[in-house]
Design a protein around this ligand. Structure first.
Ligand SMILES: [Zn+2]
Length: 434
């Protein structure tokens, strides 16, 4: 292993650089937030934001590679390929992956580092729901930088950009190669952007996948899947003659309550098994029936649907996951409106990095040097990190800032955390690639 760089010498230079560039870090994050890149299933809308990122990294002297996932031939043959979302085709054209590479100072000897994050966001929601600013008009209020994607994960793409700027201006990259990547198609269980980059050959001795973890480097993360329950009545409309009507609303309510009882059982069982462990969540995300506004229908609706997301810890197979959900719903009768359950995303497994990986003692030293509290965490959500850990030779941890309202109105990220993450990652680049 290469001799560790003197953290304290590099660290004080990095801290001085970050103190002088706090406004630039906010400005870079704001620039990215201002460009809409929402996934609206089944399509995506990442190209304009990716052009901006390519320009930023190109200006920092990177060797650039910009490619469509659809142009990576093994993708369509890979077991992770999931060409549909909720039964609709998922287009992968015009949604580029952006990779920037800075070769190390020597042809051999240094360890390589890859910093990855997704550029797609969830949709902005209804305009009136945002109270602090518009979704694509970033606004800093005290320590909170508001805007769609600020927290998940454009803040992290800004952190990567500014950490590379810092490392280059201070001449701190060592012998190992440094790679940044910005991938499309993560939200709604995509993974095609991250998978395409692995299949194109961008792998390293260590990867960081940027997701909101409140500053904790996470050794593991949950998996999960999105499901849809559709309920259909034989005949809808107003019961003029007082005839009985099966009602999808009643059926969906029974499904929702069965799911919620299962959630409570899982949480209780998990706490009994391991009192300190984070419990994988179940989210009842959307229930629709009978139109959008009251005037749409004054009678029994013909159909309705319920979306739910079910998380699982690392090690749970897709089969065990589906069997658990089906068992939970087994008691909901088919005697009212007929209902059926089907997945509308791929199953995303959780994954875990090795405890013995040399990055853990290094990160402990880096956090100590940066005078930040250090706690190895578990990320309680599904994300692309498993693509690295289970489908490539690149071990990956998950790391990102604190903030709030991910996937919701008034999403924000901590500006202090963005600066602190530049301090952490600039140190990591220097020490890991030394
Ligand atoms: Zn995310």
């Amino acid at each position: 292993m290469p001799a560790p760089l003197s953290l304290s010498a590099a660290g004080s230079r990095i801290d001085a650089w970050v103190a002088a560039h706090r406004q630039e870090i906010i400005a870079t994050a704001s620039r990215l937030i201002a460009i809409p890149s929402a996934r609206v299933p089944p399509a995506g809308n990442e190209a304009a934001a990716q052009r901006e990122i390519a320009a930023l990294w190109g200006a920092l002297g990177a060797d650039m590679d910009i490619f469509d996932p659809a142009d990576v031939p093994p993708l369509a043959a890979h077991p992770l390929y999931w060409p549909a979302w909720d039964a609709a085709p998922r287009p992968l054209r015009g949604r580029p992956v952006v990779v920037g590479r800075w070769p190390g100072r020597a042809a051999a000897g240094g360890r390589s580092l890859l910093l990855s994050a997704h550029v797609d966001t969830t949709p902005p929601g209804m305009p009136g729901d945002w109270t602090v600013t518009e979704p694509y008009t970033p606004k800093l209020v005290a320590d909170r930088l508001y805007g769609r994607g600020a927290y998940d994960t454009k803040g992290m793409l800004a952190v990567y950009t500014e950490a590379v700027r810092c490392v280059r201006e201070l001449g701190l990259q060592g012998r190992g190669d440094l790679t940044l990547e910005s991938v499309p198609d993560e939200e709604y269980g995509g993974s095609h952007g991250c998978l395409a980059a692995r299949l194109r050959g961008y792998n390293a001795d260590l990867a960081v996948n940027g997701e909101p973890t409140h500053m904790r480097p996470c050794i593991s993360h949950n998996g999960g899947r999105l499901w849809k329950v559709t309920a259909v009545a034989e005949g809808g409309g107003l019961a003029f003659a007082g005839e009985a009507r099966e009602n999808p609303i009643v059926t969906l309510a029974e499904v929702a309550l069965a799911v919620d009882r299962w959630r409570a059982r899982r949480e209780r069982d998990a706490r009994v098994a391991d009192p300190g462990r984070a419990v994988p969540a179940i989210t009842l995300a959307q229930m629709c029936s009978g139109g959008q506004v009251f005037a749409d229908l004054l009678g029994v609706p013909e159909r309705g649907h319920l979306y739910l997301a079910v998380q699982e810890p690392p090690g749970v197979t897709a089969e065990a996951h589906a069997a658990g959900l089906r068992a939970a719903l087994a008691g909901v009768p088919q005697t009212g409106a007929r209902w059926e359950l089907r997945p509308c995303s791929r199953y995303l497994p959780g994954s875990r990095m090795a405890v013995a990986h040399p990055v853990w003692p290094l990160l402990a030293a880096i956090y100590q040097d940066a005078q930040l509290p250090y706690e190895v965490g578990h990320a309680p959500f599904a994300c692309d990190t498993y693509v690295f850990n289970l489908h490539s030779g690149t071990p990956a941890l998950t790391l990102g800032p604190g903030g709030g309202n991910a996937h919701a109105p008034d999403e924000f990220v901590s500006a202090q955390d963005l600066s602190d993450l530049v301090r952490v990652l600039a140190r990591l680049v220097a020490a890991w690639t030394a």
